[in-house]
Design a protein around this ligand. Structure first.
Ligand code: FMN
Length: 344
């Protein structure tokens, strides 16, 4: 077992279990992953990257695989339909990666049409032999993320997980929906429970965890080794610290945005506190960008819209984006907007 992968725990008794930021294309860029860590995420994973493009040295794809010394463990995620390219890409990543994660969950047609992502769950033998070929070629742990099944016929994640366990997959993560469901309906945590019970490999539960109540219910229902949070963290990386407080794993006054404001935090309205935590996260996003990949206007725009969504006056943000002559001025404009102290 790797130093970064815990053994399968028993029934959940309220104790700490790791919280993962989900790999999300267009969201989980390096500075965002570092913000999530600063907010309390225990594990981060890059957005998925095309293994064939990596083998062809595509600069854009390698950009997504950048990390920083503080991102420990570093877990790049790859996808692809060609077993040879998957193994070669894994081999190219292995010297810098702590763990390599494989994507068998993506439902996007551009991915499934090359028989990659969740489509591979419809060809379980190919999926398992692909993973086997990768494990043979690299000496870092290999993990896999999947869905419950394709949605055509019975769910087969449980069988796939059993086979992946046999060949030495170090950890499994299952999103409680099928390929056919994409994001509709609800994640089925009861199905996840069956998988947790079927294997000795640690299983991370994913799908529809958005606050402390859902996190608690998901851990109680699944007994999973940890939780992975995706959409709940978009625009709100503070969710990781908030969950830890809600689950009794840390004190509220340990949250970094509360530490920064001190007593002034408690004098703020609920919306005022929301502005303050988002401002802390935004300023960190900018700081981490400057320390790593530099200010990336396209990434900043996406996050600025997400970080300000639902806040009063957020419509101004689009004007700010278009009006700012430089990325630095754009960063400051968002930070100034989030400095507001609404009283209700
Ligand atoms: C915008 C977006 C991009 C995503 N990109 C990836 C990805 O690159 N790799 C992956 O394994 N899953 C990806 N997913 C799926 C998430 O990792 C996660 O499995 C899914 O959102 C369910 O979790 P949630 O209910 O917490 O959002 C993506 C999801 C979203 C919303």
């Amino acid at each position: 077992m790797s130093e970064h992968i815990e053994t399968k725990p028993g029934e959940w008794d309220g104790e700490r279990r790791p919280l993962f930021l989900a790999p999300m294309a267009g969201v989980s860029d390096l500075p965002f992953r570092l913000v999530a860590k600063a907010c309390g995420a225990d594990v981060t994973i890059t957005e998925f990257t095309n293994s064939t493009a990596l083998t062809r040295e595509a600069a854009m794809s390698w950009r997504k695989m950048e990390s920083h010394e503080t991102e420990v463990p570093f877990i790049p995620q790859i996808f692809g339909g060609d077993p040879g390219d998957m193994a070669t890409a894994a081999e190219m990543l292995a010297p810098t990666a702590d763990i390599i994660d494989l994507n068998f969950g993506c439902p996007a047609p551009k991915v499934t049409k090359i028989c990659a992502g969740a489509a591979l769950m419809g060809q379980p033998d190919n999926l398992v032999s692909m993973v086997d070929g990768i494990i043979e070629r690299v000496d870092v742990p290999v993990t896999a993320k999947m869905r419950l099944g394709t949605g055509q016929g019975a769910n087969n994640a449980i069988d796939i997980c059993r086979e992946l366990e046999q060949i030495g997959t170090a950890r499994l993560c299952v999103h409680g929906r099928t390929l056919k469901q994409r994001y509709s309906g609800e994640a089925d945590w009861t199905e996840l429970r069956k998988i947790v019970d079927a294997v000795e490999t640690p299983v991370i539960a994913n799908g529809d965890v958005v606050d402390a109540n859902s996190a608690k219910l998901c851990l109680e229902t699944t007994g999973a080794a940890g939780l992975m949070i995706g959409r709940g963290a978009i625009g709100r990386p503070s969710i990781f610290g908030e969950l830890k407080v809600g689950l009794g794993w840390m004190e509220e006054n340990e949250l970094p945005w509360i530490q920064e404001l001190g007593d002034a935090w408690y004098e703020r309205s609920t919306v005022g506190q929301l502005f303050a935590s988002r401002k802390w996260c935004w300023d960190k996003y900018i700081q981490f960008s400057q320390q790593t990949v530099g200010l990336q206007p396209r990434w900043m725009k996406r996050h600025a819209v997400a970080f300000t969504k639902g806040l009063p006056g957020a419509k101004k943000v689009r004007h700010m984006m278009h009006g700012a002559p430089t990325p630095e001025m754009f960063a400051d404009a968002i930070s100034n907007y989030l400095s507001a102290k609404p009283t209700e």
